[in-house]
Design a binder for this molecule. Structure first.
Ligand code: ISE
Length: 335
């Protein structure tokens, strides 16, 4: 039987996941779309034939319309969906972040631990990108010697006016706070933020780009250029510096053209295409895990909590200083 997925939120990511599940994922259907905005709900319904529409997750659960929940509303609305979904014992794929801060993430961990096993996977899709996986395997193999530095670029063409200064950390660098420890096999110990000259093309209320410096427990140093007004397109790239060599991921790999005396390579303009294959892999593996009864195959709520702690340090670091990241003991439940 196909897994009946209820998608909560039919905005940019929700609509993308609805189309993905309907057209590209095996073993699952979108059985419910939970979206109070009628226009968005109608637009999403076109990609989810047969899905029921609900205004609230509680109604979808009461109607027994879903076997699993995919949460794609903005982060500040995750907790009110996670709570009833956990109470109903449903498996959950929750878009990043788990919740907006560590206190609310901790509350979710406490609720989840009442169940027999972890039910929440967090949508840090970079872990499913083939190049990120290859780089992680290279680090783990030791073939190039020890990893010493990671140089990360995270560039968005532009952001809407609703994007605030703290979102540089909570909405964007949040991805590096998940994927860097996963790549390097070591948690973030401290965070610092430096400001280069401001981009005059940034929205007036933003001071960016920023340079985020992380020191990991194992001594690896990481710099992240977080730039949300780079204009030309969307780019997420990493260079890893090892004792015996270098590795690079995220280079433009689109159509190459030669014309009028110029050579060019197509690059992405949005994360929806840059990470399309990673999103597909993430959702397919989650669906497989839920159908197999293991429920989670990727970053879990504990990872989401650790990222929330790193983000809190990152937000403090926006005001200066080298800020330590809290390092709590992992409950056996998440081992
Ligand atoms: C957005 O919310 C994402 O998750 C993207 O992956 C990231 O690149 C972007 O900066 C965020 O705003």
């Amino acid at each position: 039987n196909d897994l009946r997925v209820g998608v909560v939120g039919a905005g940019l990511m929700g609509a993308d996941h609805i189309a993905r599940i309907t057209h590209r994922i095996a073993g699952a259907v979108v059985s419910a779309v939970v979206e109070p905005d009628a226009g968005r709900a109608a637009a999403a319904a076109a990609n989810a034939p047969g899905a029921q529409a609900f205004a609230r997750i509680e109604d979808a659960i009461a109607a027994d319309a879903v076997d699993a929940v995919l949460i794609a509303v903005p982060g500040q609305f995750h907790e009110p969906v996670l709570v009833p979904a956990l109470a109903a014992g449903l498996p959950i794929l929750c878009e990043k972040p788990l919740t907006p801060d560590s206190a609310s993430s901790w509350r979710i961990l406490e609720l989840e631990q009442k169940l027999a096993r972890p039910h929440i996977q967090v949508g840090f899709m970079r872990r499913f990108d083939a190049e990120y996986q290859a780089l992680r395997a290279l680090v783990a193999s030791g073939d190039s010697g020890e990893l010493m530095l990671l140089r990360c670029a995270h560039r968005n063409p532009s952001v809407p006016d609703s994007y605030t200064q703290t979102m540089l950390i909570n909405d964007s660098v949040v991805h590096e706070f998940d994927v860097v420890p996963w790549l390097a096999g070591s948690p973030v110990k401290t965070v610092e933020v430096k400001y280069p000259r401001r981009n005059s093309l940034s929205p007036a209320h933003l001071r960016e780009p920023i340079l985020v410096l992380m020191e990991l427990e194992n001594g690896v140093l990481v710099d992240v250029e977080m730039n949300v007004s780079v204009q030309f397109g969307y780019q997420v790239a990493t260079e890893a510096v090892f004792e015996k060599g270098l590795a690079r991921i995220g280079q433009p790999s689109g159509l190459q053209t030669w014309r009028d005396g110029r050579f060019s390579v197509a690059d992405h303009v949005s994360f929806t295409t840059r990470f399309a294959a990673a999103y597909d892999e993430q959702i397919q593996r989650w669906v497989n895990a839920v159908r197999a009864g293991t429920l989670v195959d990727g970053p879990n709520a504990w990872d989401g909590y650790r990222v929330a702690l790193a983000c809190e340090a990152g937000v403090k670091a926006l005001d200066g200083g080298v800020i330590p990241v809290e390092a709590p003991e992992r409950p056996a439940f998440y081992a």
